[in-house]
Design a protein around this ligand. Structure first.
Ligand code: NAD
Length: 312
């Protein structure tokens, strides 16, 4: 299987990560972009990043950085790019109209043994493939940034997606070392953002109520729930915090319910005055012009955590 070709359509941040992940799995990868100069920029960036990962000891797969870089080529003709591909990962900007246009352009070249996934963060595939003759071969495969170090991929089939397409996508993700989850049907926010927004909502409401500082709210996650959640999820937490999940419910359901009845409804849009108040606190540690630096710091720590989890 590793000699089959994978095509990336859109070679920005996420497209480049996908190219490196598939090359790490030994696949030949072709990247396409609407701007030919972006393809050259992406190829250079991929080569430099793979060699940096190699020197930092976090390169994936068994091939060297230069062997992996050699697997990735560019092509500025969509038809040629899709020719012979077994899997396509679309990574153009998050816009329904743009995704519709790109999928319409790809449709004539999609074959009956191709799987065509969109990296879309929020848009369900049914919103833009309804008119395609190959809509049954499309689905969402949503990565989490930075996908090289955060392995989750949310696979969300559309109403027409063939079960075999979903299964092939999941198998490929596992093969290249990602960690796929499959939703049975489309839902707003998929799974990760539904959980993430419920956390942000409670953080927002507690901050507005003056219960904790912004710094302390974040600490509840980074020094409390976060370390645990890097290894066990909330359902396993219930299971381990009692003699099994049923015992947990018998013991703690009433207490949890009592807490839940004090929750406020979701904040109606995260309001700017509250955000500005938070900014006054947050910018003391991370001024806005240092956000890029802090992203690099975050990605280095996520790389270290990924290595730790691999080696435990
Ligand atoms: P980006 O802006 O970095 O890259 C998009 C690329 O698509 C650019 O290189 C652009 O030139 C190219 N492009 C634009 N129009 C095109 C067209 N018609 N045909 C081919 N290429 C075209 O965007 P990104 O952050 O890589 O996001 C891509 C997708 O991945 C989006 O759907 C986004 O929601 C999703 N995603 C992003 C993140 C993230 O954190 N950035 C995380 C998960 C998923």
């Amino acid at each position: 299987q590793a000699d089959s070709k994978i095509t990336i359509v859109g070679s920005g941040l996420i497209g480049q990560f996908w190219a490196m992940i598939f090359a790490g799995g030994g696949f030949k990868v072709t990247i396409f972009d609407i701007y030919p100069e972006q393809i050259s920029k992406a190829l250079e960036n991929i080569k430099a990043t793979l060699s940096r990962y190699e020197s930092q000891g976090c390169l994936r797969g068994s091939l060297s950085a230069s062997e992996q870089a050699a697997l990735v080529t560019g092509c500025n003709e969509l038809k040629k790019c899709l020719d012979g591909a077994s899997y396509v990962q679309e990574c153009v900007p998050e816009s329904v109209d743009l995704k519709r246009k790109v999928f319409e352009q790809m449709d004539p070249f999609i074959t009956e043994d191709m799987v065509v996934a969109t990296s879309s963060s929020c848009i369900c595939v049914s919103q833009f493939v309804g008119n395609l003759s190959h809509k049954h071969r499309t689905l969402v495969a949503h990565p989490v940034n930075p996908p090289y170090f955060i392995p989750l991929v949310e696979i969300v089939p559309g109403p027409w997606t063939l079960p075999d397409v979903t299964a092939k996508c999941r198998a490929l993700m596992e093969l290249v070392g990602q960690s796929p989850v499959t939703l049975s049907r489309e839902v707003a926010g998929f799974a990760l953002n539904r959980i993430q927004y419920s956390i942000i909502n409670e953080c927002w409401n507690m901050y507005k109520d003056g219960l904790l500082s912004a710094e302390d709210i974040d600490k509840v996650m980074t020094d409390g729930l976060g370390p645990r959640y890097a290894f066990i999820g909330p359902l396993e937490t219930m299971h381990l915090n009692a003699d099994g999940i049923v015992d947990y419910c018998n013991r703690y359901a009433q207490g949890a319910y009592n807490v839940c009845t004090t929750f406020k409804p979701p904040p109606i849009m995260y309001d700017v005055p509250t955000a500005e108040k938070m900014l006054q606190e947050i910018k003391k540690a991370i001024p806005v012009d240092k956000v890029q630096e802090r992203r690099t710091w975050r990605d280095e720590r996520l790389a270290a955590l990924a290595a730790l989890k691999r080696n435990l």
